[in-house]
Design a protein around this ligand. Structure first.
Ligand code: UT7
Length: 332
């Protein structure tokens, strides 16, 4: 029997209707459209404004799109892995809430906390359940409602982030398409540069932590930028090298959408022209765990069976990694 691989067999996505443009931000903080566009590549982001709605409310329609495309019943899903740093609640896991809202009562699931690399961590983990033969239909969803943890008076962070969800279905394949190889890394000493100061077990929420704005995302942008440029490019180059691939073999780079300059550096290092790089940062900003699947969602129609695709990410933790996927179906 051929070795089982985990193929991505469908993609779904969801972004909220409401747009927050650079021009809107000009009215909120001391910034301007030109600075944001040239330093990050971002023009607008989507914001989930409806009160009482959280990450699960974006993940559910993204997964429902997959069920529609594949003519599946929610009861067919074996497992849901939800990558997020903005869970609906500290506990239970957002994956459990998603399964309840979907009616996926045969599924088990859990959340994966690896910030901007969360989708890659979850994809690699989900692939192992398929490769082992244990499960046949695993949903991997990357979702973040970053607007819930952003201080809209802090120009260093509020210009960057947006809300959204993207999901993929993993199924067994015997024709060698699917997840081929992954390199995942972490370095917890990087936590000082990108984190949320309060609300965890070290510093539970108090009136003082709220007044000190310690429940918002804190980032030392320049420091993170330096690590991200090197981390994402190094790991992507290493993935190509250890599989005997060059830029010519790669159809698409799917990079985490944090900053256009980090994306360009990674593409250059891999020897890839801009036409082979998925970039949608201008319309969604940085949606943390959702950036990679939202790229696949936007480009699904252009992808062809057999395309070699490299997904690469860097984020809070620090966490980073790259995954080589052989695409399993024609998008059209
Ligand atoms: O996704 C998770 C991983 N995160 C990342 O990969 C993010 C990595 N970091 C970045 O993308 C960039 O560091 C930022 C986009 C966050 C910031 O860009 P930068 O080029 O590193 O800017 P900077 O922080 O070095 O600031 C340069 C200047 C400063 O002014 P002075 O000191 O030169 O006068 C800042 O005060 O730009 C100023 N500045 C702004 N000006 C207008 C900082 N933020 C803004 C702003 N609008 N929003």
């Amino acid at each position: 029997m051929n070795k089982l691989t985990a193929a991505i067999t469908a993609v779904g996505g969801y972004v909220p209707e409401d747009k927050l443009t650079n021009f809107d931000l000009e009215k909120m903080v001391d910034t301007n459209d030109e600075w944001i566009r040239t330093r990050t590549g971002i023009e607008e982001r989507r914001i989930l404004k409806e009160p009482g709605k959280g990450s699960s409310d974006m993940a559910v329609p993204a997964i429902q799109e997959i069920l529609r495309k594949k003519n599946l019943d929610p009861l067919d899903i074996d497992c849901v892995i939800c990558a997020t740093v903005t869970p609906d609640m500290v506990f239970p896991a957002t994956a459990n809430i998603i399964c309840d809202k979907l009616g996926a009562t045969n599924a088990w699931g859990y959340d994966m906390s690896a910030a901007c690399s969360g989708f890659l961590y979850a994809l690699t983990t989900g692939a192992m359940y398929i490769e082992s033969g244990r499960f046949k239909k695993v949903i991997v969803v990357g979702v973040d409602k970053m607007s819930a943890i952003i201080d809209y008076t802090d120009r260093a962070t509020c210009i960057i982030f947006g809300d959204g969800a993207g999901a993929v279905l993993l199924e067994p394949s015997t024709d060698d398409s699917g997840i081929q190889d992954s390199i995942l890394r972490s370095d917890g000493s990087g936590r000082h540069y990108l984190h949320m100061k309060a609300g965890g077990s070290v510093k539970p929420a108090t009136v003082e932590t709220v007044m000190a704005k310690e429940h918002f995302a804190y980032q030392e942008g320049q420091a993170v930028f330096k690590f991200a440029v090197k981390g994402m490019a190094d790991v992507s180059a290493e993935l190509l090298e250890r599989n005997g691939l060059t830029g010519d073999d790669i159809a698409w780079l799917v990079p985490h959408q944090a900053n256009l300059r980090i994306i360009d550096a990674t593409a250059n290092r891999m020897g890839l022209p801009k036409e082979k790089v998925m970039i949608n940062i201008q319309k969604y900003g940085n949606t943390t765990a959702a950036t990679l699947p939202l790229c696949l969602w936007d480009w699904e129609k252009e992808l062809k069976k057999g395309d070699n695709i490299v997904l690469a990410a860097f984020g809070g933790g620090f966490t980073w990694g790259a995954t080589w996927v052989k695409w399993a179906y024609d998008g059209k």
